[in-house]
Each structure stands twice: as C-alpha cells, then as structure tokens.
Design a protein around this ligand. Structure first.
Ligand code: S3P
Length: 449
C-alpha cells in the first residue's frame, strides 16, 4: 500500500496549509512513536519550579508554544529558566512571595492555563502591580471564573467587560483563605485558587462538581506543600505560608496528543501503532474509556509510575467502532479529546451523543461550532447541541478545504479525519499544532510510511 502524500505549504502571511492526500487504495498506519510532554504537567513544573526555593530539573518538558509562554512570563517575574531548546530544562526558583514587578505586560499567548494559574500567584503578591494579556483567542476567553473567587479572597483585579476579559491589571494583596465551591469542574480554576492559597495565612479549600485533572495536587505535594484531599466531596485544601523546594520532575507523554494516534489507529483499517510513555493519570483517561465503549482495541503495556504520575505504552489496532453516549462526570476527564472523538464518531456505526460539554465553547475556539462546521464540510453529519454534538456515524468523508481556526486540537483532528477521507484535504492555519505538538506533521509522515 502506498503512503499518503503529506505536504506543508507556507502562505504569504506565514500561516501553513497542511495538504493531505490519501492514496486511492487507502493506507494503514504502523510504528512505535512518542508524543511530546504533557502540556498541563509542563506548565505546572515551570511554575512550581519558579516559586520554589532552589533548583528544579524538568525532564521531558513540552517544547510547544504554550509552555514557552509560561517560561516567558515567569522569567519576567524573576525566575531563571534555561532555554526551551532541549527537553531538559532547569529552573532556578525565587521562593514563594518573591516575584519582582515586571517592567512590561505579561503575555500568556494562547494559553488559558498560563494566565489563569498565574493570576492566583500574582494576586497574592502584596505591594506589586502586574498586567497580563494574551492573543486574540485568549482575550476572548472568560476570566471571571478565576477573578470572582480571587476577589472573594480580597484580590484587586481590573479588566475589560466588568473584569471578565484580559487584558487584566492586578494589584497584589495579602489574600485571605476561603472555601470555594466552584460551579464548574475546572483544573485551571482549582489550581488558580490553590496557588493563591499558598501565600495566605490559613487553609484554602476548593471543591468542584466533578473531579478535574489533579496534576497540581500531585506536584504541589511533591514540592513540599501541605495538602489534604477529600474524594467524597471532590475538595482539596492547601495550607498557607507554604514553602516549596525545587524537585526533579519527569514529564510523561501527553495523552491528549496520543489521542490523535489512538483514533487514527482505530479508524484506519489494518493499522497498528504503539504510543510509548504516555501519562495515564486516571483524571485524564476518559478518552481510553470512551474509545473502549466504542469498541476500540487499545492495550496498556508496561504500566509504571514515573515521578508521581502513572505512565504506560498504548498499543492500538484498528477495529470497527460503534456509537456511544459521552456525558456526565467523564467529560472533565476527556474534555480536550472531544474534537478527535468527534472524528472517531464520524466513522463509527450509529449515532454518538456528546452532552454536558458546554465548556468546549470557551476553549481555544468554540470547539462545538468549529468542529461541526469543519467536519461537515468533509461530509460528516454533525448537529450542534447547546452543550455538545450529535454525530451520525458511518459517513464517507471527502477531502475539502478546512480551517483550524487557530485551534491546535481542531487542526490536528482534521488532519486525522483527512487520512480517512477520499481525495485531498487542505487544512488552513495548520501551524496551530505547535501550541501542544510541534512535531505533529513529522510523526504523521512517519506513521503513514
Ligand atoms: C487544563 C485544564 C483544562 C484543559 C486545558 C488544560 C490545565 O481546562 O481543557 O487544556 O492544565 O489545568 P479547564 O480547567 O478550563 O477545564
């Protein structure tokens, strides 16, 4: 079987068109691959390293645009962070409460995790003034979810549209601890409040309606913070006046990046792929459960624990997928994988329903509208729901001109759909992949060989 033709073309405005042409006889994917470091863990390693005392060594850091934004901001706050050009990165921390006042606006780029987690730290630095902003996408995403609880802690924050949108200005204050009942299951909200709580006089608790990813909790403990967790109520309590100490962090491969290959390997007949060294933290493995419900053939091999996070190699073989319903508490455990799950559902037999996922509308793009519009251009049958999608499977996709809308996960999901579509697909603004997966196109070429 011949390989797909995959071409990357730079446009006059420097954006990239990724052109994917499947051979008429089809193709199958083979190989053992690795995905880049976990984005959530990478951000946290840089941030905790920056506020710890002593040196932190990070192995396997994601060298994507989002962690670069974090590194850039925390350098401006006084931490010494080595160049992000090898996967081994060193951070010389400045100790909690010791940020310097930056001389310019802190720019979080496209990264919601950078801006929201950083806000908790900035707001709790008395006597210093900070301004934060981001790119077009980030400046349209809701910040009230962190501004409101921080204000309850006495934070002083101003921003556009009634303090709900960046750019934001922060006058650091001595904050008071609170018990916050978050209305949404969000690791960014939870982590923001916990980080703010580190520098208070007392205990700060956050509870959430369903469990979101717990990387902050694991890493805060490893760095020496005092934390208690009540699984019954999904609540976490951090003790203030904390002291953190530099650590060795090993970042596993990102399951959100592995998800593209798990779906590609499942839907493309005759495929067998092994994705090595993937983080399988139970707060992130909703994608494995959803694909299992759909009849995917995925095995976890060589399961182990590395630096406080569970890791495995994932073997996927192609199989006939069937529809399923994805809703409820599983949603926060697979929220970033819904665009690629929509691709899987398009090739599955029956109608897949995704609900309780209104959060998708405030990600890097409105992932419900954008995914439905773009996949429908290729012949998919996706109907938007206010909080999800209804996807009629078993459709044959035909190559088309589609657009990432500058959203990394949309661009990569469309590329996987293109591998299983007849003819040629052009994905506009495909460079968005560099946010979380700079090597995506190279690996795509590698597995198609
Ligand atoms: C993240 C949490 C999730 C996720 C995002 C990364 C994190 O966002 O979608 O990509 O690193 O904490 P929410 O907390 O908004 O659900």
């Amino acid at each position: 079987m011949s390989a797909a033709v995959i071409t990357l073309k730079t446009q006059e405005n420097a954006s990239h068109n990724l052109i994917i042409q499947r051979p008429p006889a089809g193709l199958s994917l083979q190989g053992r691959i690795r995905v880049p470091g976990d984005k959530s863990i990478s951000h946290r390693a840089l941030m905790l390293g920056a506020i710890a005392e002593g040196e932190t060594e990070i192995q396997g850091l994601l060298l994507g645009e989002d962690p670069r934004s974090t590194a850039h901001c925390f350098r401006a706050l006084g931490a010494e962070i080595s160049e992000l050009n090898t996967e081994l990165v060193r951070v010389k921390g400045i100790g909690l409460g010791n940020f310097q006042e930056p001389v310019d606006v802190l720019n979080a780029g496209n990264s919601g995790t950078t801006i929201r987690l950083m806000l908790g730290l900035l707001a709790s630095h008395p006597g210093r003034f900070f301004t934060v902003t981001g790119d077009d996408s980030l400046r349209s995403r809701p910040m009230s979810r962190v501004v409101k609880p921080l204000q309850q802690m006495s934070a002083e924050i101003w921003g556009r549209k009634g303090n709900t949108l960046a750019p934001l200005a922060i006058q650091g204050q001595a904050l008071k601890p609170i018990h916050y009942h978050s209305p949404i299951a969000s690791a960014q909200v939870k982590s923001c409040i916990l980080l703010a709580g580190l520098n208070t006089d007392g205990k700060t608790t956050v509870s959430e309606p369903a469990l979101s990813r717990d990387h902050s909790e694991r890493m805060l403990r490893a760095f020496g913070a005092e934390l208690s967790i009540d699984p019954e109520t999904n609540s976490v309590t951090v003790t203030g006046n904390a002291k953190l100490y530099g650590q060795k962090v090993v970042v596993p491969g990102d399951i959100s990046s592995a998800a593209f290959w798990l779906v590609a390997g499942s839907i493309i007949p005759g495929s067998e792929l092994v994705v090595e060294n993937v983080g399988v933290n139970p707060t992130r493995t909703g994608i494995l459960e959803a694909l299992e419900m759909m009849g995917a053939d995925i095995q976890l091999e060589n399961q182990r624990e590395v630096a406080g996070e569970p890791v495995a190699d994932l073997r996927v073989r192609s199989s006939r997928l069937k529809s399923c319903t994805i809703a409820g508490d599983i949603i926060p455990r697979l929220i970033d994988e819904i665009p690629i799950l929509a691709v899987a559902a398009t090739f599955a037999e029956g109608t897949t329903i995704i609900r309780d996922a209104a959060e998708l509308r405030v990600k890097e793009s409105d992932r419900i509208t954008v995914m439905a519009q773009q996949l429908n251009k290729m012949g998919a049958k996706i109907t938007e729901l206010p909080d999800g999608m209804e996807i009629t499977g078993g459709t044959t996709l035909v190559g088309a001109e589609v657009d990432s809308h500058t959203d990394h996960r949309i661009g990569m999901s469309l590329a996987i759909a293109a591998l299983n579509a007849s003819g040629t697909t052009t994905i506009h603004r495909a460079e968005a992949a560099a946010i979380s997966y700079p090597n995506f196109t190279n690996t795509l070429v590698e597995v198609c060989r």
